[in-house]
Design a protein around this ligand. Structure first.
Ligand code: SF4
Length: 207
């Protein structure tokens, strides 16, 4: 492995350790373990089907069911029939769940501060590179599929001349820049493997 790859992997590992320690602290103060906290934040953002949520988090459905039951006992989530599929159920945050979720930061404040210290171009380049790393891990089936622009059938990378907003979302018919690349979009629809590979290659090749 090239030296720079090892250094980047080490840097990511340092961030992961920091993030995990921070999660234990923040979620622990809210009376939750990290998995419960992650589930609560996700369903507070939008209701999720159990199977899809388990896949996103990379846990078994049985494990997710235990977590949801624990959150339901605390009065933070409920299981309801999915309005789009009568046979499925989705998990929703209760009013108490929404209230608690609002008080939990999505990520460590110190990390937001450090990222905010970067310039716009640096943030955009970092997001683009991380998107590609995550997509490669998805392709290798090392992590579950995430709802990112680069794997979305609506994503059109580098189709506009505007350097500040070269990409296009065909769903909302709008241009956006690297800093707008989404890591978890509720409107995401999975592209074919060929489409995703082309989009990923174009995203990296240009700019
Ligand atoms: S629908 Fe969401 S994930 Fe897909 S291209 Fe648009 S912003 Fe990106």
């Amino acid at each position: 492995m090239p030296g720079s790859s090892r250094q980047i992997a080490t840097a990511l590992q340092r961030l992961a350790v920091f993030w995990r320690a921070s999660q234990w602290q923040v979620f622990g103060a809210a009376g939750l373990n990290p998995t419960q906290g992650e589930v609560l934040l996700r369903v507070a953002a939008r209701p999720e089907r159990a199977a899809e949520l388990a896949a996103l988090l990379g846990v078994s459905q049985a494990s997710l069911s235990d977590t949801v039951s624990a959150l339901a006992k605390k009065g933070l989530v409920v299981r309801r029939p999915d309005p789009d599929d009568g046979r499925a159920r989705r998990i929703e945050a209760t009013a108490a769940g929404h209230s608690l979720a609002k008080r939990i930061p999505e990520a460590p404040e110190a990390l937001f501060g450090a990222i905010a210290g970067l310039g716009d171009a640096e943030r955009g380049a970092l997001l683009r590179s991380l998107t590609q790393v995550i997509r490669s891990l998805q392709e290798a089936r090392a992590i579950p599929v995430q709802r990112m622009c680069v794997t979305c059938r609506y994503f059109r990378p580098h189709v506009h001349d505007d350097a500040a907003a070269p990409h296009h979302c065909a769903l909302v018919d709008a241009a956006f820049g690297d800093a707008g690349l989404r890591m978890d979009c509720g409107d995401h629809e999975t592209a074919t493997a060929e489409q995703a590979a082309l989009a990923g290659a174009r995203l990296l090749a240009v700019g």
